[in-house]
Ligand binder design. Structure first.
Ligand code: C2E
Ligand code: MG
Ligand code: MG
Ligand code: MG
Length: 289
């Protein structure tokens, strides 16, 4: 019986694996046509300045509306786009679209765009960025590129040259998901980052007793301050987390406590006129306390 059960289990896994392989092949195929079919959309999550709770900008987050499978998360399709080499074309679409949306918003509003390590390794990236800016007439300083530590995995002369070239274009640079990868202080020394984004995994649980996360966040913010870099706390969900990250010196906050990612149309409404002045989340939460 044990043997039968064992065989049953392996049959089950084989079926599972088969389904996964088929799904992957189908997604790969569909991803090739997704731009032309207009299936991608950028959502925008507001970034709030901690000191006055004003919205200073957005992070563009890509979504794929698959005709059969519905909304697919970037954590699922970005790796496929990277494996298939489609990421450059998709990344170019993201930069173009974000700049076009940015052109419609008040000049005080910035936008951050995620750039994968593979895009970063493409020597043409500075041209692609400069073209997206020129095409939309947006000032380079309003665009921020978010890069993860993985770009340093193949750290070489090309990496340094890329940082210099992007700075020459005039965009801001942010180090995304800081602390989750191959963190090295050496990167902070040589790369011209304007901002460090503290990963959600440090924010989560930071308010629990005995957590070491608070000490880590505090050391990142003091380091960033000394290096004249901003810090964004990612994924802040509760009022306790918000109060803590502000106390620990994070200059910016992003998370569901304030806003979830929203459509470009909703983002435009939010930053139109007086609405740009105040984020609503915590005020309403506070009022309820
Ligand atoms: P990321 O750049 O670290 O983006 C932050 C992620 O945290 C987003 O997930 C966002 O929706 C989520 N988030 C924000 N606030 C909260 C919160 O309070 N609670 C929780 N639970 N989550 C929160 P999303 O949109 O699913 O994106 C996942 C990742 O996919 C991004 O992580 C980024 O690495 C990648 N990605 C998204 N858009 C693009 C893109 O246009 N290009 C590239 N190359 N990668 C992208
Ligand atoms: Mg990001
Ligand atoms: Mg992040
Ligand atoms: Mg992340």
């Amino acid at each position: 019986a044990a043997k039968d059960a064992g065989r049953g289990v392996s049959r089950f896994y084989a079926a599972d694996l088969h389904a996964a392989v088929e799904e992957r092949a189908e997604l790969e195929q569909d991803l090739r046509e997704a731009i032309a079919k207009g299936e991608f959309q950028l959502f925008y999550q507001p970034v709030v300045f901690a000191a006055n709770e004003k919205i200073v900008g957005f992070e563009a987050l890509m979504r794929w509306h698959h005709p059969k499978r519905g909304w697919i998360s970037p954590s699922k399709f970005v790796p496929i786009a990277e494996d298939t080499g489609l990421i450059d074309r998709i990344g170019q679409w993201v930069l173009r679209t974000a700049c076009e949306d940015l052109a419609r918003w008040p000049r005080s509003v910035r936008c951050a765009v995620n750039v994968s390590a593979l895009q970063f390794a493409n020597p043409d990236l500075p041209n692609i960025v400069a073209n997206a800016l020129a095409h939309s007439g947006v000032a380079p300083s309003r665009l921020e590129l978010e890069i993860t530590e993985s770009v340093f995995l193949n750290d070489n002369a090309g990496t340094d040259a890329m940082f210099k070239a992007l700075k020459r274009v005039g965009v801001r640079l942010a180090l995304d998901d800081f602390g989750t990868g191959y963190s090295s202080l050496g990167y902070l020394k040589k790369a011209p980052f304007d901002k460090i984004k503290i990963d959600r995994s440090f924010v989560q649980g930071a308010t629990e007793e005995g957590s070491r996360n608070g000490a880590i966040i505090a050391s990142i913010t003091s380091l960033a301050e000394a290096l004249h870099m901003d810090t964004t706390a990612e994924g802040v969900e509760t009022l306790d987390e918000l109060e803590l990250v502000r106390l620990l010196g994070c200059s910016h906050v992003q998370g569901h406590i304030y806003f979830k990612p929203m459509s470009a149309a909703e983002a435009a409404l939010l930053v139109a006129g007086d609405l740009v002045a105040e984020a609503e989340g915590p005020q309403s939460v506070r009022a309820k306390r």
